[in-house]
Unconditional design. Structure first.
Length: 91
């Protein structure tokens, strides 16, 4: 979802990805983040941190940004992708 939000110039596609991101943020990814924190010696989740930072960027971009895709999401999207990859490798 973060890659679609950072790259899609289609308004309908972007809006659907925006909604889906928040579903994943508050549901399935929360479950993975919780498991990751349980297994971590310092009880942290890099995935959680990346998702929270991306969520903040997404809120700053707004529900209907003037220009698509918002360039402010690029680095955050990559950070989420790296965190997902690292999380999967650790599990």
């Amino acid at each position: 979802m973060t890659a679609r939000l950072a790259s899609s110039s289609d308004r309908d596609d972007w809006t659907a990805a925006h909604s889906r991101f928040w579903v994943l943020y508050n549901g399935p990814l929360y479950t993975i983040e919780t498991k990751e924190k349980e297994k971590s010696p310092d009880h942290t989740s890099p995935l959680e941190g990346a998702m929270v930072r991306f969520g903040r960027l997404l809120k700053e971009a707004g529900d209907k940004p003037d220009k698509l895709p918002p360039t402010t999401l690029d680095q955050g999207s990559l950070a989420v992708a790296r965190a997902c990859k690292d999380t999967v490798e650790r599990m």
